[in-house]
Design a protein around this ligand. Structure first.
Ligand SMILES: Cc1cc2nc3c(=O)[nH]c(=O)nc-3n(C[C@H](O)[C@H](O)[C@H](O)COP(=O)(O)OP(=O)(O)OC[C@H]3O[C@@H](n4cnc5c(N)ncnc54)[C@H](O)[C@@H]3O)c2cc1C
Length: 380
């Protein structure tokens, strides 16, 4: 390839891309980043003030080292940005003993000898009376290294840290195509084409538009916040910490107490019946149909909250067929690295995924068993 604009381009500066840009720039890599909006915007998958952070990852024990690496990097990013990004308060994973939320959390904790504790249903309602109507045979796992992490602030902090370390950022720049050419990649934008040696593509719900062979399914998800009825203090984050709860009928809810001036946030776990959407056509309007079921659940399971949400927004989850991420080099091509398929649980890991993407791009040893997240598991 003739002269290049940079060694590496990161396309899409949301959660994964902003952190990849930071970790690449922190190594002294010659890196540029493209974002079609402004970093920290509300149109992708990374907005809505908070995300749950968990260390005993119910989704797969192999994610524990990713969460641990992420935790350290969130702290480093907090230092660099002088902003609080992660509040560790502990968290409850509630359900019947054989539900994925309980059994998966315990399996992850056992694999890495994490200091979780189990609580019987009566202990849960005694210590956390906000949670009503737990059947006697349900239980909770207390993960002391759980909490909330701040998405918009996290993305902005990572982009700023990357710029301070030397990265060049092109905001409000839509990448219309990525052409793999001899010895490198052409990044197509309306203003001009950019030549780089390799591209790290992290366009979230839009990843399938630039790398169409990856099996990715974007879905629209509402986000909802609820006021406390008459005891706001008991619904502050410290007293009503993050939780994931599987109800007796198998429906899942997640949430946490009030933080940063926003009231308690409660949502439904990803519903497999949600239709796959074109992310460019995501319906941003929220109607009562979006939260009718959740309002019924809040009435019964969290009766100290008003069941009508006081704040709402829409977001998008990008599913992978197996619910794990897609982080790696499709077909082992030295010109391309992808990060996506967050499947509703990637934000907590964004700093760790950014580090992993940087290691893959720089041919350094990974700190994680890559098979679980390798996109080639779908391309063989
Ligand atoms: C309701 C909800 C709740 C969630 N809860 C949790 C949780 O509690 N804990 C957790 O860990 N995770 C959670 N997640 C998941 C997590 O938020 C996502 O997995 C993560 O934020 C995805 O990051 P991303 O970088 O893949 O996508 P994004 O952050 O959306 O980044 C993609 C970026 O690429 C840009 N882009 C797209 N196309 C182009 C283009 N052509 N040119 C230039 N730029 C482009 C976009 O504008 C965007 O900024 C939740 C998600 C939702 C929707």
């Amino acid at each position: 390839m003739p002269s290049v604009d940079a060694d590496i381009a990161v396309v899409g500066l949301g959660a994964m891309g902003a952190c990849a840009l930071w970790r690449l720039a922190a190594r002294g890599t010659d890196v540029i980043g493209f974002e079609r909006f402004d970093p920290g915007h509300p149109w992708g998958s990374t907005h809505g003030s908070t995300r749950l952070f968990r260390t005993a990852c119910k989704e797969h024990p192999a994610l524990v080292p990713l969460a641990q690496t992420s935790l350290g990097l969130w702290r480093k990013l907090e230092e660099a940005s002088a902003r609080p990004l992660l509040d560790i308060t502990g968290g409850l994973m509630i359900g019947a003993p054989d539900t994925p939320v309980v059994a998966g959390t315990l399996a992850a904790a056992a694999t890495y000898d994490l200091p979780v504790r189990t609580l019987a249903a009566a202990e849960v309602t005694d210590r956390f009376p906000q949670h009503a109507h737990l059947p006697d045979h349900h239980m909770a796992v207390w993960d002391p290294l759980s909490g909330v992490v701040r998405p918009e602030a996290g993305v902005r902090a990572a982009v700023s840290a990357a710029q301070e370390a030397g990265a060049t950022v092109y905001p409000r720049t839509d990448v219309s195509g990525i052409d793999l050419v001899a010895g490198g990649v052409l990044i197509r934008t309306a203003a001009r084409d950019f030549r780089v040696r390799q591209a790290v593509v992290t366009t979230g719900p839009w990843l399938g538009k630039l790398v169409p062979e990856l099996p990715l399914e974007p879905v629209r998800t509402p986000m909802t916040w609820f006021d406390a009825r008459d005891d706001p203090a008991s619904f502050e984050l410290k007293r009503f910490p993050v939780f994931i709860r599987t109800l007796p009928d198998g429906t899942g809810i997640w949430g946490h107490g009030a933080v940063d001036g926003h009231p308690s946030k409660v949502g439904l776990s990803d519903d497999p019946s949600l239709p796959v959407i074109d992310p460019d056509q995501c319906d941003r309007a929220i109607s009562p149909a979006d939260y009718r079921l959740l309002s019924e659940i809040v009435t019964a399971a969290l009766p100290g909250l008003h069941p009508h949400p006081v704040r709402t927004t829409t977001c998008m989850i990008t599913r992978s067929p197996d619910g794990q991420f897609q982080v790696g080099r499709p077909h082992h091509d030295p010109r391309l690295v992808v990060g996506g398929g967050g499947s509703g649980h990637a934000f907590k890991h964004a700093t760790g995924i950014g580090e992993l993407l940087a290691r893959i791009a720089c041919d350094e040893a990974p700190f994680l068993e890559l098979d679980v997240v390798d996109p080639n598991r779908f391309l063989r």
